[in-house]
Design a protein around this ligand. Structure first.
Ligand code: KIV
Ligand code: ZN
Length: 499
């Protein structure tokens, strides 16, 4: 078995993403979690870029013991000296130096020729090697660099002591077959390449960072640069969780390869990075998105209940989730609903289950997701006595900032349809007054409570009404995504008790 080294650059390239900046304390927290996750290298920052970055690298160097702590530097004396200084307390320090090698960068960024770049690479890898025994060298924009020149630069960097050669697809321009060929060509054309570990660093501008990184691994690369949740410059870097889980899941493809990542820490790490950076994980994001292990379609839920692997290629427990989630919504079928009710401890008769299923479908049409609280409420609602002297047939309300609220209520009362219109202080008051007109009963409203049953804008409103007539006090409750309807039904339930 051969190990693929996981080089995490969440705290350097990831943090370079516009809007993702982290404080020193937050970086330390992430570094500790990365160590728990089992990454091999933590690129902690770019010390010369700011005093904050210097301090973060310095602090992480003091605290991280298992992983290699790495600092970035350009081929500039000051950068390398700052990196070395910030890494002073690191147990396993590494300096990562980079130098652009593509024609476009040489012409516009440096205004330098190839020979000069070769001389710079030689001079600064040598300097860095004097200050640190573990040097990684990146020819920036390698995938757009003329190949014969790239081979020469790599050979020079290895001659001067670089132990790792990282190939950056800086602008995310490559595609998998291209990367595969490039790595093979490097392995075949750089004479001293066996003295270094070959690494890959892919950006996601065309959405191929993970595919490109994995293709590089298949061609012979043994270190991958990646970030948690794929954050990074522009469209981001290759996502750590996708890389690790692809290698773990596709044993047929990556049969002799492994990473030392403890995948059970993946979800926790993803959450931490997302919370601290404020970069929300999209629900459909592979591995760590909210929907990655959730199923709503009835056919899928039914099959999953019979055998999880029918629709899941990974076990959610492997990434630290409690298990598969069957989301109850309008696409769900009876099986999933009955299973959830059973898990909630309800033992219902077939007839009762059918009624609950019907009510569940009506609610699911109005509400995106049905939570356990909704289900419990449905079951309880279905268990209420069905004998009703008054029943709601329909309601219309009119309300606004500059009109008097008005309600038209239609009821089935004592076997006859009756309609009444009334004004009120608010739409609920107007409804209750319209009911009173029909029943000719005017109970005192002792209490009216309205609350959202669950979170979300589409949550059901739960209404509690307490009425007093003479010495009798009765109450009614009801639920609906429409709070006027819920209020009326609660009022009528209490009235039914009075009658
Ligand atoms: O994308 C890039 O080229 C980089 C280098 C510093 C390796 O991040
Ligand atoms: Zn990068």
């Amino acid at each position: 078995m051969e190990k693929v080294i996981i080089f995490d650059t969440t705290l350097r390239d990831g943090e370079q993403a516009p809007g993702a900046s982290l404080s020193c304390e937050q970086k330390i927290e992430v570094a500790h979690q990365l160590e728990k996750l089992g990454v091999d290298v933590i690129e902690a920052g770019f010390p010369v870029s700011s005093p904050g970055d210097f301090k973060s690298v310095e602090e992480i160097s003091k605290k991280i013991r298992k992983c290699i702590t790495c600092a970035l530097a350009r081929c500039v004396k000051k950068d390398i000296e700052y990196a070395s200084k910030a890494l002073k307390k690191a147990k396993r320090p590494r300096i990562h130096i980079f130098l652009a090698t593509s024609k476009i960068h040489l012409k516009y960024k440096f205004k330098k020729r190839g020979e000069e770049i070769l001389r710079i690479a030689k001079r600064y890898v040598r300097l860095a090697r004097k200050l640190c025994s573990d040097i990684e060298f990146s020819p920036e924009d390698a995938t757009r660099t003329e190949k014969s020149f790239l081979f020469k630069v790599i050979e020079t960097a290895i001659k001067e002591g670089a132990r790792t050669i990282n190939i950056p697809d800086t602008v995310g321009y490559s595609y998998p077959q291209e990367i595969f060929s490039l790595i093979k060509e490097i392995l075949n054309n750089v004479p001293n390449i066996n003295k270094a570990t070959l690494s890959i660093h892919c950006h996601n501008d065309l959405g191929m960072a993970v595919a490109n990184s994995l293709s590089a691994v298949l061609a012979g690369v043994r270190q991958i640069h990646c970030t948690v949740n794929g954050i990074g410059e522009r469209a981001g870097n290759a996502s750590l969780e996708e890389i690790v889980m692809a290698i773990k899941t596709r044993r047929d493809v990556f049969d002799r390869l492994y990473t030392s990542v403890n995948t059970k820490e993946i979800f926790k790490t993803s959450k931490l990075v997302s919370t601290l950076t404020g970069f929300l994980v999209p629900p459909n994001k592979a591995i760590v998105g909210r929907n990655a292990f959730s199923h709503e379609a009835g056919i899928h839920q039914d099959a999953i209940l019979k055998e999880r692997t029918t629709y899941e290629i990974m076990d959610p427990k492997e990434i630290g989730l409690p298990g598969t989630q069957l989301i109850l919504g309008k696409h769900s079928g009876r099986h999933a609903l009955f299973k959830r009710l059973k898990d909630l401890g309800f033992k219902l008769t077939k007839k009762h289950l059918d009624l609950v299923f019907k009510r569940f479908k009506v609610l699911a049409d109005k509400k995106k997701e049905i939570f356990d609280e909704d289900l419990i409420a449905i079951v309880q609602e279905q268990s209420k006595p069905k004998k009703q002297i008054i029943k709601l047939l329909g309601v219309r309300v009119e309300s606004g900032t500059d009109i008097t609220p008005q309600a038209e209520v239609e009821l089935l009362y004592k076997g006859r349809k009756s309609k009444a219109i009334s004004f009120g202080d608010g739409p609920v008051d107007a409804c209750f007054k319209a009911v009173d007109k029909i029943t000719k009963i005017k109970p005192r409203l002792l209490q009216y409570k309205l609350s959202a049953l669950t979170s979300g804008r589409d949550a059901q409103g739960e209404v509690w009404v307490e009425l007093k007539q003479g010495k009798r006090v009765v109450w009614g409750t009801s639920l609906s995504t429409d709070i006027i309807e819920a209020s009326l039904k609660a009022y009528l339930e209490a009235l039914n008790k009075l009658l």
